[in-house]
Design a binder for this molecule. Structure first.
Ligand code: SF4
Ligand code: SF4
Length: 195
């Protein structure tokens, strides 16, 4: 049986290693070293592809999926109604919350009758897929172009409302994440997602 017929090639990039004897010139190695130096020298004149982080930061896309924000409405009230859809949609089971009923004197704090008394995201579990944002019927949670800072303790990566809820005096613009198609869909009350 022909042995070659049993060879299986996974890619077409394999190269046969040659056992041929080196010529006198090849045994000097100098031409090969000189060739390598030319390649290195050429790179001196090429544009840098590296960033001097943290002084220099790589620009992120407007729709980069980074650290979440829990949005307030125009009147500064929390939009989240603790419906749990984001937690249900989360493939990493990173979101937990405890719902509470809004009191009469809390109408300027929470937009809906039910709100999240606690809302936590475990950033070590999160894979920044954005499913929580897509699932939210209240436009309460968005991912942003901010990154999660490094920490020394695992517990520090469980972010609560103190970190996630946006500050009244430091609003976070998420308009770039809301394409006209998304906005049109979310206004369509015939869709069960928006009820
Ligand atoms: S971005 Fe994805 S993994 Fe992270 S909390 Fe949202 S749904 Fe879960
Ligand atoms: S889906 Fe939106 S409204 Fe519902 S709990 Fe999550 S963030 Fe809050």
């Amino acid at each position: 049986m022909n042995q070659d017929s049993t060879k299986i090639s996974l890619t077409n990039r394999s190269k046969v290693v040659s056992n041929k004897k080196m010529t006198l010139m090849e045994r000097f190695y100098l031409p090969a070293i000189f060739k390598g130096m030319i390649i290195t020298f050429k790179h001196f004149f090429k544009k840098d592809v590296t960033f001097q982080y943290p002084e220099e930061k790589r620009p992120f896309a407007d729709i980069y999926r980074g650290l979440h924000v829990l949005k307030l409405d125009d009147e500064g009230r929390e939009r989240c109604t603790a419906c749990g859809l984001c937690a249900l949609a989360c493939p990493a089971e990173a979101i937990t919350m405890v719902a509470a009923e809004r009191k009469e004197d809390e109408k300027d704090l929470y937009r809906e009758e039910k709100y999240a008394a606690t809302y936590e995201i475990n950033m070590l579990r999160c894979i920044f897929c954005g499913d929580c944002e897509s699932a939210c019927p209240k436009e309460a949670i968005f991912l942003t172009n901010r990154t999660v800072p490094s920490e020394y303790k695992r517990d520090s990566f469980v972010y609560g409302k103190d970190v996630l809820v946006e500050k009244k005096n430091a609003r976070i613009d998420v308009s770039k994440r809301q394409t006209p198609e998304v906005l049109a869909f979310k206004k369509d009350k015939s869709k069960s997602h928006n009820k």
